[in-house]
Design a protein around this ligand. Sequence first.
Ligand code: GDP
Ligand code: MG
Length: 408
Amino acid sequence: MEWVEKWIGMLNWVAVVEWLNGCVTDLSGLLASAGVPEEYLTLAAFGTLYLGVTLVVLFLALILLKIFRRAKKTPADSELDQEEKVAEEPEPEPEPEPEPEPVLGLFERFKNGLAKTQSSLVGRVDSLLRGRTAIDEDLIEELEEILITADLGMSTTQLLIDSLESSRTRGELETPDQVRQLLMEELEKILNFESKPLDLDRATPFVMMVVGVNGVGKTTTIGKLANQFAKDGKKVILGAGDTFRAAAAEQLQIWGDRADVEVVSHAEGADPSAVAFDAAKAAVARKADVLLLDTAGRLHTKVNLMEELKKIRRVLDREIPGAPHEVLLVLDATTGQNALIQAKLFNDAVALDGIALTKLDGTAKGGIVVAIAAELQVPVRFVGIGEQLDDLRPFDAEMFVSVLFDTK
Ligand SMILES: Nc1nc2c(ncn2[C@@H]2O[C@H](COP(=O)(O)OP(=O)(O)O)[C@@H](O)[C@H]2O)c(=O)[nH]1
Ligand SMILES: [Mg+2]
């Protein structure tokens, strides 16, 4: 203990106490400015000093402990440690380059648009077939239910089921894959019936009269078509034949401006045949390649509407012999079987040449395409798979079926 006494004796106590006193005075000043009451200043200063010293000592002890432990480790240990560390903290992956927005091909765009229909039709067929080893009558019956509820319609479903049954009795339907394959082939056959393709060069001006009930997408479809035809270098004129609603002509005008094409329109409530007449005259005078005529679609006055459409037909034919060259019915796919009823109605009244089926993107009822083709024998020319300008696509039966069955 002698060295302790010697060490204490060596310390300059006066200097230490003076330094401590200085610290306490400084701290008191700080604490006073922080709002500590006068009578507690000394106590608070000592307390703070004590706390500070304790923290510093603890910190030093921690550092010493670390140094001590590292010194005890063998070099092999530290190598191991390194490896462990490497295993624990994998090299941070380099930030992946942000993928450029994929330019979706036609197939993918179609696939996205038909996703709901795919799961309601092929998705359910696949789950039914999964794990089956034999194709029996029960399975065919369940298939029938799926086809009907996917909006293929009674008669189309019957057609498909008959074909499946006869293959089965011939012994050609033994595996799930064969069922899938046969369904694909039959659907394609139904959709690919003989029909005249849409040929705009058949006449100049080529007059397309667009019909359909309110809200199905007539005006939008005309806008999209105008844009596509104009892009293909055709001179396009639009006729605002829906004079029943003021907004209809304005809406067509907006599409016309977008596609940079002329729009012929009259005031609200004007005779739609008069618009048809003027539009036809303008198309001839301006040497247009294509005239797209919008029409009204109020269905609550069904008889009047059909009579009105017939009159427009007559007026067009008088002005441009052979016109309209195409009566295009626009149908909203989300209405399912209702669309089929509308198609029959319009077909009886104005003899349809083609169909544009819109809003396929928002529905599981895309099977209606098949029902329309099978029951009406009117070709589906275009399908709408979204609200964008290029979301109206020429319908291609082969692609439609392969997209539906592409479940990878
Ligand atoms: N999702 C989707 N919406 C569509 C499509 N075609 C039209 N629409 C929308 O359907 C609504 C009615 O369209 P509109 O052209 O005014 O119908 P019209 O009364 O027959 O002229 C609008 O909001 C359109 O944006 C399509 O293919 N997909
Ligand atoms: Mg409209």
